[in-house]
Design a protein around this ligand. Structure first.
Ligand SMILES: Nc1ncnc2c1ncn2[C@@H]1O[C@H](COP(=O)(O)OP(=O)(O)OP(=O)(O)O)[C@@H](O)[C@H]1O
Ligand SMILES: [Mg+2]
Length: 375
């Protein structure tokens, strides 16, 4: 059985140091949910609270309607996969996978059937009788995954399970993990600080910073309409520009140095003249040669990467920006060229000057700001 995880007002302290002040989160049944954030933001700490390996200084943790705060870790029916595979080096692959079942006094015939099933699921059945040191990193991580899943846990917790693998295998394994999670349908909490990995595997992502959840949403929602400037710069690359919002004849405009462009999708509560912070992804900053409309910029450097060419430029006020253009058959725009930049206003994001809130319509954020009363 898969469960819904409900976390209310969670607080974590190590001595006097508060690592998680007050965290609320609802993880849906069967969902692939990722905690994403920079090193030290509290991802592992929160995962260990769910697992029962960390004390809880405040708040309530529920699996469905069961309060688990004081439940023994062994009784929570959790499968776990960590960064360092944590499989037993002195047991064959088969014995590693069977371990949790044998431990639960399940009859040998049933152990064999389940072990075979899960060895097959992660495609290591042909190595069943090998010792782990004769497997590759990716194969060992599959064994760890099979071992976690074979006990039919209610929840699967994974903490940076791919970080010890090389780049190519990491990309392969994330598809493996996602497909297995979907076929088993188990509620999964996955921790990573790799935003691309998070986008590739997750149904929903919680972006954390300093023990505080910043944005909860689908990869697409978070990438396209980040809730604040931190999320915008953490997920993918963004140019951060200082500008102004101006309302003339009830029409809002972005003003950036001497460039102005109308921007119609401002949230009503933010309609008014003010300084703003603008974030534009490099691929949404379009370069045009010569004079004309647009933001004036000077090319400082460029890197040709085949499909795309990356240009590094500075604006009139000195702000450095990066643009990614599809490489053309024409020559690369030389350093020192003065060009004009247009922004794709559908895809640009506007924030309050301090970056704390996105002022555009259409931000989808499932963040829990207060404890929800359960009926
Ligand atoms: N046992 C502990 N005692 C004291 N402080 C701790 C302990 N465990 C973690 N911390 C602190 O809590 C904060 C959050 O740590 P945590 O391990 O949860 O970060 P993380 O988000 O998992 O980072 P990373 O991506 O580097 O794994 C850090 O500042 C860390 O130093
Ligand atoms: Mg960690």
């Amino acid at each position: 059985m898969s469960v819904r995880i409900n976390i209310k007002n969670a607080r974590k302290q190590f001595g006097e140091v508060v690592v998680i002040p007050d965290l609320n989160l609802n993880i849906r049944e069967g969902e692939f949910f990722t905690l994403l954030g920079p090193s030290g933001c509290g991802k592992t700490t929160l995962l260990r609270m769910i697992a029962g390996f960390n004390s809880i200084e405040g708040g309530q943790f529920y699996f469905n309607d069961t309060l688990i705060n004081h439940m023994d870790p062994g009784k929570r029916n959790i499968g776990m996969v960590f960064q360092n595979y944590a499989i037993f080096p002195n047991m064959t692959v088969r014995k590693n996978v069977a371990y949790g079942l044998t431990n639960r006094k399940i009859p040998p015939a049933e152990v064999k059937k389940l072990t075979d099933e899960f060895l097959g699921l992660v495609h290591v059945d042909q190595y069943a009788d090998r010792m782990p040191d004769r497997l590759s990193g990716g194969q060992q991580q599959r064994v760890a995954l099979a071992r976690a899943l074979v006990i039919h846990p209610d929840v699967l917790l994974m903490d940076e399970p791919l970080s010890n693998l090389d780049a190519k295998l990491r990309v392969e394994m994330r598809t493996v993990i996602k497909n297995i999670q979907k076929s088993v349908g188990i509620t999964t909490v996955y921790v990573t600080h790799d935003q691309e990995e998070a986008m590739a595997v997750s149904d929903r992502i919680a972006v954390m910073n300093g023990g505080v959840i910043q944005h909860v949403g689908t990869p697409k929602d978070i990438y396209q309409r980040p809730a604040n400037l931190f999320v915008s710069t953490f997920i993918g690359r963004s140019n951060v520009l200082k500008g102004e919002l101006m309302v003339k004849d009830e029409i809002p405009y972005i003003k950036l140095n001497s460039f102005e462009v109308p921007m119609l999708n401002i949230r009503p509560e933010y309609l008014g003249n003010q300084k703003i912070t603008i974030s534009v992804r490099p691929e949404e900053l379009l370069m045009q040669k010569g004079e004309g409309d647009g933001i004036k910029a000077t090319v400082d450097d460029s890197v040709f990467l085949g499909l795309n060419t990356h240009y590094f430029m500075h604006l009139e006020d000195g702000t450095e920006v990066e643009s990614i253009q599809e490489s053309t058959i024409d020559s690369i725009i030389p350093n020192g060229s003065v060009i004009r930049l247009m922004i794709n206003t559908q895809k640009v994001n506007l924030f309050t000057e301090d970056g704390s809130a996105n002022i555009l319509i259409g931000v989808q954020n499932d963040i829990e700001t207060q404890t929800r009363e359960e009926g």
